[in-house]
Design a protein around this ligand. Structure first.
Ligand code: PLP
Length: 378
C-alpha cells in the first residue's frame, strides 16, 4: 500500500521473463510501436510519446531541459516536496520562477493561478504537479488551465507521476503540451520507465531549439523514432515488456472503469479511516485520490505503528516527508487497488491500533464495506 512502487500483477511480472532481444531489430520495433500506441490511448493523446529508461524524475527533468532556456519566466504552484523539487530544477535551468506558494496540504486556488497569469502576460510556461505525493493533495482544475495558457500563449506542463492511469487526465482535450508519468504508480508496472508526451507545437519548438544534453535530449528520441521506430540509447527491455503488459491490462479494464475503481477505493479508505479517528492531512477539497495522507493520532509512534503493520500484517504504508516525518503516514491507493486491499489495510490498521492500546470498533469496517459495494454495481 505504498505511494509507489505499487503492487504489480502477475501477468506483468511474467512479461519480464523474456530472452533479451536486439534493440536494433524487428522484435524491438514491434514492441516499441505497440507501447507507443497503447500509451497514446492511456494518455488520451495523438501527440508524440517518448519512453525513457529512468525513474519518474528523468521525464520530469526532460520536460525542463528541453523547453526552458535561461531567463524564461515560469509559473509554478509549490506546496510540497515534488513541486519544490520541480521549481528547483527549473531554477537550475536558469528559469525565472514565479512560485505560487501555499501551505502543505493546501492547493493554490484557480483564482490565485489566474491572478498570477493576469500579472505575467509574458510567461513562457506553466509547470504543475498534478498530485503532490508528499502531502496527498491533487489539483482538480487542470481542465480550466488551458484557457489561461492559451490566452498567455504559454506552454502547459503536467507532472502526473503519481496519478496518471488512476484519474481522469485527457491530455489533448485539456490542451496539455507536455505530460509526464512514471511506470511504478497508478500504471502498476515495475519502476524503471518514465513516460513523456509532447504535442506537435512543443515538439516543433524542441526540434528548433535542442538542449545541450545527450541522454534526455528529446529531439534525438523523436528523430530515432521517425527514422527507425527505435530509441537512441539501449532501453531497459524487460521493463518495457512489463510496461506493455500493464498498459494492456489498463486498456482491457477500460480507463473509465479503472478511474471509478480508484475513486471508490479512495472514498472507502478516507471515510473508514476518518471513522477510526484519523484526520486526513490535506484540506478536504484538495484531497488526492491516490495518496491518502493521514495525521497520526496523538501519541501514536510512527516507527512502532508502521513496523507493526509491516511485520505482523504484511501491509506497507509510507511515512511523512521532511517536516512531516513522524506526523503523518501515507497510503497508496493506486494501480491494482481493489476491495481486498482496502479491507485488509483497514483491518490491519485497526488491529495495530488495538495492539498499541487505542480503542477501535467495527464502524469503520461497515463504512468501508458500504462504499466498496459500489464496485459491484459499477
Ligand atoms: C509527483 C512526483 N513527481 C516526481 C516523482 C519522482 O519520481 P521517481 O522517484 O520515480 O524519480 C515522484 C515520485 O514519487 C512524484 O510523486
Amino acid at each position: 500500500m505504498l505511494p509507489g512502487p505499487t503492487n504489480v500483477p502477475e501477468r506483468v511480472t511474467q512479461a519480464m521473463l523474456t530472452h533479451m532481444i536486439n534493440h536494433r531489430g524487428n522484435d524491438f520495433v514491434e514492441l516499441y510501436e505497440d507501447i507507443i500506441h497503447k500509451t497514446q490511448n492511456v494518455f488520451q493523446t495523438d501527440g508524440d510519446i517518448v519512453v525513457l529508461s529512468s525513474s519518474g524524475t528523468g521525464a520530469v527533468e526532460a520536460s525542463v531541459v528541453n523547453l526552458i532556456k535561461k531567463g524564461d519566466k515560469v509559473i509554478i504552484p509549490v506546496n510540497g516536496e515534488f513541486s519544490s523539487r520541480l521549481s528547483q530544477l527549473l531554477e537550475m535551468q536558469g528559469a525565472n520562477t514565479i512560485k505560487i506558494v501555499t501551505p502543505p496540504g493546501e492547493n493554490a486556488t484557480f483564482e490565485q493561478v489566474k491572478e498570477t497569469f493576469d500579472n505575467n502576460p509574458d510567461v513562457k510556461a506553466f509547470y504543475v504537479v498534478h498530485n503532490e505525493t508528499s502531502t496527498g493533495t491533487q489539483i482538480k482544475y487542470l481542465d480550466k488551465i488551458s484557457n489561461l495558457t492559451y490566452r498567455n500563449n504559454c506552454y502547459y506542463i503536467v507532472d502526473s507521476v503519481s496519478l496518471l492511469g488512476g484519474s481522469y487526465l485527457p491530455v489533448d482535450k485539456w490542451n496539455i503540451d507536455i505530460c509526464v508519468t512514471g511506470s511504478q504508480k497508478a500504471i502498476a508496472a515495475p519502476p524503471g520507465i518514465s513516460i513523456i508526451s509532447v504535442n506537435e507545437r512543443t515538439k516543433k519548438y524542441m526540434m528548433n531549439n535542442p538542449p545541450p544534453t545527450m541522454y534526455f535530449n528529446l529531439p534525438r528520441y523523436f528523430n530515432y523514432y521517425a527514422k527507425s521506430k527505435e530509441t537512441p540509447f539501449t532501453p531497459a527491455i524487460p521493463i518495457l515488456y512489463a510496461y506493455r503488459e500493464a498498459l494492456s491490462i489498463i486498456l482491457e479494464e477500460g480507463l473509465d472503469i479503472r478511474i471509478k475503481r480508484h475513486k471508490i477505493c479512495s472514498d472507502a479508505l478516507y471515510s473508514s479511516l476518518t471513522a477510526m479517528g484519523f484526520k486526513p492531512f490535506a484540506k478536504e477539497a484538495d484531497r488526492s485520490i491516490s495518496i491518502i495522507a493521514l495525521n497520526y493520532l496523538a501519541g501514536l509512534d510512527d516507527k512502532i505503528f508502521r513496523n507493526t503493520l509491516a511485520e505482523k500484517f504484511k501491509v506497507l504504508v509510507a511515512g511523512g516527508f521532511g517536516d512531516l516525518k513522524g506526523k503523518v503516514f501515507r497510503i497508496g491507493c493506486m494501480g491494482e487497488i481493489n476491495k481486498y486491499h482496502v479491507m485488509r489495510t483497514i483491518s490491519s490498521i485497526s488491529s495495530t491500533l488495538n495492539m498499541m492500546n487505542y480503542k477501535t470498533d467495527s464502524t469503520s469496517f461497515r463504512i468501508a464495506q458500504d462504499k466498496l459495494s459500489e464496485l459491484e454495481s459499477s
